[in-house]
Design a protein around this ligand. Sequence first.
Ligand code: FES
Ligand code: FE2
Length: 357
Amino acid sequence: MGKRYTLPIPFGWYGIAFSDELNVGDVKALHYFGRDLVLFRTESGEAKVLDAYCPHLGAHLGIGGTVKGETIACPFHGWQFNGEGYVEEIPYAEKIPPRADGKQCIRFYPVVELNKAIWCWYHPDDIDPLFEVFRIDELYSDEWDDFIHRDWVVNAAIQETAENAADKAHFAFVHRSQDVPFGEIKHDGYQRHAHLTATSPAMLEDGTLDETGEHWCDFFIDTSNNGPGQTWQRFTGIFDTLMMGLVIPIDDDHIHLRFAFKQKKDQNELQQIMAQGLIDELSGQVEEDIPIWNNKAYRAQPLLCDGDGPISQFRKWFSQFYAEPLVEEEVIKGNEKAPDIEELKNKIMTREINSEQ
Ligand code: FES
Ligand SMILES: [Fe+2]
């Protein structure tokens, strides 16, 4: 059987946890980027990410490891490593062995804590960050409520789920929404922005919607991506909702998709109901997409038509996040190679002969 996906894990910043999921002194075992990792928060409050396995005799630092000061202590023999993967202390040895002394001995991942999340930079060749996490100002304002979280694990490559936004035709078939306007799309280096204006019945002074059809107002949806792992959407005009999406590769064909919604506090009851309806609608759309994502194959050379939306432009933008150029070959599950008819006949014959014996 061939793999359904041939796409490697793209490089970028990935939100591997929300800040409030990691208190001072907490240690967590994670599995992202096809690697076992340990995430911990030091006593001074810094979040750190290392590969999980101890260079001494291989214990998993995330299972039973403890924070000591600015280091993590291995559960097996107590060696202490700082957040950059250097040995700081071996409790029972007189000196640090030369192979480790002053040298990094565990792979570490650059970490930034921003937007109430812990972002980890992944690059398959361990190249330093090429861009920054984008700061979302609303997340620092007390005019907005707490996060409402939604979480999914999807059996798909990260490019495939992201492509959905550019896949115009699927909205009618998977989500039953008609006439999805696409608005203006801007590809800007590592970022991508889509600005869309829709029309809605206006909200009247008494907080109800105009049902006469006379008063209309604009409703704006601004969707942005900063690399493959950070996405956010702002809904403004009739009510205010913000969605920050974390997209984290678990391995090359599974992703963890995490949506965190925020609503503006000073909204009337109807606006709150509409904002909640939007959260349910967007989450419902993900759940409608999941059976497609979980079972589809990646088409490197898709057969596209004029109503499909800007899929090719999206792929071109996304391809910059691969360390190596993609091998654009089709590998479809169960269909890697056309069977040789003669060989097949021989197999059948052999079976017939065997069954006669
Ligand atoms: S295996 Fe980690 S200290 Fe020995
Ligand atoms: Fe979708």
